[in-house]
Design a protein around this ligand. Structure first.
Ligand code: ADP
Ligand code: MG
Length: 353
């Protein structure tokens, strides 16, 4: 039997799992005059996690990242990295690296020199420098591009060089602030998958900032949804999408219907505000059919049909009051009838704040 002392301090509450968080934010606040950029954030990020901070512009994501990196000091609260309070330490005293959107490579240096640069500053011997830079370039699959200048690379390749430049320092934590923001959609989607693969390969904790919900859903182990300097919800992508904790999250992550008032009371059977994803709703013309067991149904009139190729989006005004948007796979054409019945499984409509 291991003789475990009870953990009395907040330093070791993970004794049970044996895992200390890579990052712990406690009561974190950052005020710029009257602007409460970060307004009370508590968060644990375990080692090796791909963690995303998702939220609209101005919700405080970059400020949280800059606080973790040490480019800003907190107004209140603490930042721990691997159990050590770094709240007041300078950036270079923290075992983190940051990749920004404007990845600012040195244009006069070739790829290898760009990647080596940080190690040269740290006076790592030449031979070792080369080896580590080559290893970092291999990780991002650019080992054959060492002698190119940044201008001779595509946007995606330049982004990968920036990543290699951060990875070469072998940080425990990599902070990425909208690193794919400057890329066009196709390249961006390709890079999302690559970045996720690289993170799996190196096993470093990634904290990834984005305002793009698809990006966050695609890449992350867990997502924190930011609103106004606070976290509204933290969880795996499925949970945040399937079970949004608030009307804000339901609206920001994917599209969602919100049904309230008279419509909710009549259709759901109790008052409140309910969220239903458009793709969970079926649409048919069987107006007088009762709802199947475990399902909810409502009749209404189609007021708008948007044809989007693979899917068709219907807007339906419910007879009971309120409006629901329905997305249907375009398997057998557009459902054109005016009067329709909508139905969904009971668990797909749920109450939100
Ligand atoms: P996000 O990255 O989510 O878009 P930011 O963290 O950049 O949000 O900004 C959060 C809020 O803090 C915004 O209202 C922004 O204008 C404000 N802010 C950020 N940095 C500064 C600063 N240095 N001085 C004053 N206000 C700032
Ligand atoms: Mg930002």
């Amino acid at each position: 039997m291991p003789n475990q002392a009870p953990s009395a301090t907040r330093d070791e509450p993970e004794a049970a799992t044996g895992q200390r968080p890579a990052i712990r934010l406690s009561g974190l606040r950052k005020h710029f005059g009257d602007v409460h950029a970060v307004d009370g954030v508590d968060l644990d990020i375990p080692p090796g996690e791909f963690f995303s901070m998702l939220g609209p512009s101005g919700s405080g994501k970059t400020t949280v990242l800059r606080l973790i990196a040490g480019f800003e000091l907190p107004t209140e609260g603490t930042i721990e990295l691997d159990g050590r309070d770094v709240s007041r330490l300078a950036p270079f005293e923290r075992d983190v690296n940051t990749v920004f959107q404007d990845y600012a490579l040195f244009p006069h240096m070739n790829v290898m020199q760009n990647v080596e640069y940080g190690l040269r500053v740290k006076r790592v011997p030449k031979q070792q420098r080369r080896e580590r830079a080559l290893e970092a370039l291999k990780t991002v699959r650019l080992e054959d591009y060492g002698s190119r200048k940044p201008a001779q690379l595509s946007g995606g390749q330049r982004q990968r060089v920036a990543l290699a430049r951060a990875l070469v320092n072998r940080p425990k934590v990599l902070l990425l602030d909208e690193p794919l923001g400057a890329l066009d959609l196709k390249l961006r989607q390709a890079m999302q998958l690559e970045l996720k693969q690289i993170q799996r390969d190196v096993g470093i904790t990634f904290v990834f900032v984005t305002h793009d919900q698809d990006e966050a859903l695609t890449m992350s182990d867990r997502i924190a949804v930011f609103n106004d300097g606070r976290i509204e919800q933290v969880g795996p992508p499925e949970e945040v999408y399937e079970r949004p904790a608030s009307a804000f999250v339901a609206g920001f992550v994917g599209t969602s219907n919100l049904l309230g008032g008279r419509g909710a009371e009549s259709v759901i059977g109790r008052p409140g505000l309910f969220s239903i994803r458009p793709e969970k709703i079926r649409i048919d013309g069987q107006l007088s059919e009762p709802a199947a067991a475990g399902e909810t149904s409502a009749t209404g009139t189609v007021t708008d049909v948007v044809y989007a190729g693979a899917t068709v989006r219907y807007s339906v005004a419910l007879d009971a009051g309120g409006r629901l948007s329905v997305v249907r796979q375009n398997t057998d054409g557009v459902f054109a009838d005016g009067r329709v019945r909508l139905s969904w499984r009971n668990e797909h409509s749920f109450q939100v704040q």
